[in-house]
Structures are given as C-alpha cells and as structure tokens.
Design a protein around this ligand. Structure first.
Ligand SMILES: [Zn+2]
Length: 549
C-alpha cells in the first residue's frame, strides 16, 4: 500500500478564505478538494486497517482514527461527552433439524432442509421447537395504508406460520399504478415481510422463493443463511421476534398449495388484488432449530457542529466505516477485503464534509457526522441508532448517506436512488442545475437499492433520507463508457479483496464534485427553517406524519 502523504492544510484554507470573500452570500463557499478525501481513503483502506471488520483490531484502529480526526478538526463529541455510541450485538448460528414435516388431511409430507427450505431464527434460546403449527397463506404479507392494502385483514395469524410471496403485487404486471409496477417498494423486501409477520405475532414466516421477483437464485439463500449472522442484542427489550424465518422453494410451495386444494396458477392473480383474503391452508408443520449465540459490542462514531440559531434541529450525514475484514482468498491469494470504495471512500467523504462545515461560518442548525458500524452484516449500526436515536427524530431534518463515492472521474449526472421519495431530491436537483449537472433515475429500480444502505433505517423511522449513486454520463466519453466502468467495478471489485485504492485506476475528480453537491444540499438545510417531507405515495410518509404536526 502507498504511504500517506501530507495534506496542504494551509493552502486549502487560504484558498477557502479568498473564495469566501469574493462570493455572494448563500453561494457555494467551501471548495472540497481531492486532498480532503484521498489521505483518509488511503489510510482507511490500507492493509493496516485489516478490512475494518467489527469486533476486530481493524475496528479498534478505525474508530480511533475517526475519533482523532474529528477531534483534531475541532468537532464536538456527538454523544454527550463521547465520540462513540455502543452498539450491542449478538451473533447467532442456527442449525436447523434436517427435516420439516407437513401434515395434511391426505397424509404426511417430509421436506429436506437446505434443499427444499432454509430456516433460521433471531431468538437466542438454545432450542426452538415447533410442533403441528398451522400454516396460513397471506398473499404478499403487506400492510400498506397508502395503497389501501392489508393482507392481514380479517385473519388471526398469532402463533401460526405465514406463507407469503416475495416482492410486491405490482412486480411483473406492467401495471405502473399497482404499487410501483416493476420498481420495488419497501414492501417487496424480504426484511419487511419478516418484520410485518412478527408485528402480527406470527410464530414463523416462510417466503416462497421465485428467482425473477427475488432477484437471485435459491442457491444465494442456501449460501448466505447457512452461516453465523449478526443481529442487535435485544436482551431486556420487549421486542417480539418470530420463532423462525425462512424461505421455501417454488416447487415445494406449489406442492403445499396442491395439498391445500389451491390452484397454484390462480393464487398469484388473487394475491395481486386488494380484496385478497388470507386463509388457513389446513396444513400443519413441525421441526426444530438449535441455536448458538455470542454477544459483543461494536461502536458507531459520532461528532457534531452545534447550530447557532436552532441547535436542537439536526442534519445527519452518515457513512458506514465497516467492511468485511479477512475472508475467502481470491485467485491471487489475497484474503484481505480492503473495502476502498465500500466504504473507506464514503467515510473519507464524511471527514471531508466535517472539515468543510468546520471551515465555514457556524451553521444555524446542528450538523451531525455519524459513521456507523456493521452495515455489511445487515445495516445494524444505523438500525441501532434509529432504535436509540441520540437526536430525536422529530427534530431531525434530514439524513444524507454516502456508500461508495465516484471513482471514475467527472460525470454529468448522479444516480438518484429511490426517485420520487422525498423533497430532498428537489433540493439536490436545484444544486445540480446550478453547476450544469443533472440527476437520473437509478438504472435498476427493481433491485430496491433505496432499502439497502444506512439511510433506509432513517427512512424507516420517518426521517427524510437522501442517497445518491455514481452517475453514468461520463463528462468526456458519455453514457456507454460510464456504464461499462460501473459494470466492470461490480464484476471485478465489488465485495472482493481487489477493492483497493489504486491512484492509477481511480480518478477522484467526480467524487470531489459529488461530495461538494452533498455539502451544498446539507448546508442549505443547515441554514434554513425548511422541513423537507416525503412525497405523496412514499411508503414512509405516514410514519413521518404520525409524529410531526
Ligand atoms: Zn457499503
């Protein structure tokens, strides 16, 4: 790895002063420079930081580095007198029994673990047993007030097992007004479905796998759930967890439908209608799971610049500091997952933003810089923050999240992830227009990227959240070239040991512009009394409205 080189602090702040004195108020003032980003990126992605895995020496070094940088920039601690927020977690290894039996009026059917279904639990009891528990088919398992949709109406699923379809009713229908057509809504995510089933007191939840609406094959589920998983430590909290969660294959689901006397071809069409009624399948399931748990504490890092006029109101920037640590070696024998783009780059951007805000006149609202842990394991650091917010959600104006900056050079566009969600995108578009750039809808809206990084946990508690991705309209070489660069990253570097910082391959000119943009958006919010909201049709609007007047 390359050596860290010195930043020319004197030069950049002198430049900032000159710039400041000759621009009109409210114009772009602090210019973000490559030298604000690159040294942090180099350090955090170096072998020394060991891939920044939670609970390892890599974590110790990373959080110490972040604390030290915030301190030396003169930022205040963000959690009382501490720069840290403890995130208690538990790792759970589930070993399901090799079989599950299904009892029907016609007789018994035996399903094979891993081949026919994958099961796990978030409970921490050493054994989870279920015996002759009734199965209920609950369509897509969705309660969505803004669509007048409730798959759990007129049925009691308490202590029963719900069987549900993946994705949402609009997917694959060409009906753009049925949910969001092929754009995945939050209700299409498997995480949502398990949470909703638990809210209804279900004992278990089984999602019917289907490759196209799921977005991946059953093998992905077999591989990813057959290992230790991290969760938040919920000891002492009255949070109901289902006894088990899991997936069943489509062929197995079709057999169950047949046993229940349901026409499997008709059932999808019925589940896509708002008047769909969930019903008992007259089937009973039995099996068990053995559980091993280990508790540990990781840390979010948090710093702030207090506001001068409305200090209780906050703008929160986020970027996850963690990555995957050591893992399976690649073909070169490299087993260290440096995570340079994912997310040493976003963390470097967070530090660059902190410096930029600190270099300017004190903002009117408080600006918070939150670097969260365990994103890669399930967005846990931000989930913990959302469940235990340091700054009340009613007083949090917005979240702006960064997960991977643009390493390809200047782009005319940015990718707007979750287009149409909140008023924050209007602010972003105004700032883009000022510099002759534009936003484009994310290229794969069916993949649900808006629900797959830390801003999502802010959205879940109603806080408007902005998340952009790298554009594809390359400044000199156009869209095809830009798209090629991104596809190449996904194939060669994403979640691989090769995600390293290499100045010969990286061009930070575009990142500098994107970070500047996010600075401009945050700065406008920090110096106003505006409260951006969720747009009509957003699945998060009702949540925000429930506690804001
Ligand atoms: Zn990431």
């Amino acid at each position: 790895m390359k050596k860290k080189f010195p930043i020319s602090l004197m030069l950049s702040s002198a430049f900032a002063l000159v710039y400041l004195s000759c621009s009109a108020p409210n114009e772009t003032l602090y210019p973000i420079a490559k030298s604000d980003l690159e040294p942090h990126l180099i350090t955090l992605s170096s072998d020394d930081f060991m891939g920044r895995m939670p609970f390892t020496e890599g974590e110790t070094k990373t959080i110490a580095y972040l604390e030290n940088e915030f301190k030396s920039m003169g930022l205040e601690p963000g959690n009382g007198d501490s720069y840290f927020q403890d995130v208690p977690m538990v790792s759970i290894l589930t070993t399901p029994a090799p079989q599950m039996t299904i009892q029907s009026q016609k007789g018994k059917m035996v399903l094979e673990g891993l081949k026919d279904y994958v099961l796990w639990t978030q409970r921490t009891d050493s054994l989870v047993n279920f015996d002759d528990v009734e199965l209920v088919f609950a369509g897509f398992g969705i309660v969505a007030p803004e669509y007048g949709w409730d798959d759990y109406k007129n049925i009691d699923v308490k202590d029963k097992i719900v069987v549900i379809f993946i994705n949402d009713p609009g997917f694959g229908t060409e009906e753009k007004s049925l949910f969001k057509g092929n754009t995945m809504t939050y209700y299409g995510r498997w995480t949502y479905k398990f949470e909703e089933a638990a809210r209804h007191g279900a004992l278990g939840c089984l999602i019917v796998h289907n490759t196209i609406p799921a977005g991946y094959g059953f093998n992905v589920i077999q591989n990813s759930w057959n290992a230790t998983k991290l969760y938040l430590d919920q000891r002492g909290k009255e949070k109901y967890q289902a006894a088990f969660e899991g997936w069943i294959t489509l062929p197995v689901a079709n057999k169950l439908f047949e046993l229940a006397g349901i026409n499997e071809r008709e059932i999808l069409g019925k589940a896509r209608k708002p008047d769909f009624q969930a019903f008992p399948m007259n089937l009973k399931a039995s099996s068990s799971l053995e559980v091993k748990v280990k508790y540990d504490v990781s840390k979010n890092v948090v710093a702030k610049i207090s506001g001068s006029k409305n200090p209780e109101e906050t703008i929160i920037y986020t970027a996850h500091w963690d990555h995957l640590g050591f893992g399976k070696p690649d073909e070169t024998g490299d087993s260290l997952y440096n995570g340079a783009l994912d997310n040493a780059s976003g963390t470097a951007a967070l530090l660059a933003l902190a410096k930029a805000f600190k270099s300017e006149k004190q903002p009117e609202r408080t600006v918070v810089f939150l670097s969260v842990t365990a994103e890669e394991q399930g967005l846990w650091g931000s989930a913990y923050y959302a469940e235990n917010p340091i700054y009340p959600k009613e007083k949090t104006v917005a979240n702006i999240n960064m997960d991977g900056v643009n390493p390809y050079g200047k782009m005319k566009d940015v990718s707007l992830i979750g287009i149409g969600q909140s008023d924050l995108e209007d602010l972003l578009n105004e700032e883009l227009e000022k510099v002759g750039r534009y936003s484009a809808a994310e290229p794969t809206p069916s993949a649900g990227y808006y629900f797959r990084s830390d801003h999502f946990n802010f959205a879940k508690i109603g806080i408007p959240a902005l998340y952009i991705g790298t554009g594809i309209d390359h400044f000199e070489k156009g869209k095809e070239y830009g798209k090629e660069l991104q596809d190449n990253y996904t194939a060669e570097y994403y979640h691989k040991p090769s995600d390293e910082y290499d100045p010969s391959r990286w061009n930070l000119d575009g990142a500098v512009e994107d970070v500047q943009l996010l600075f401009n958006v945050g700065k406008r919010l920090a110096n106003s009394e505006v409260w951006p909201g969720w747009k009509q049709g957003s699945e998060f609007k009702a949540i925000r409205d429930s506690y804001m007047k």
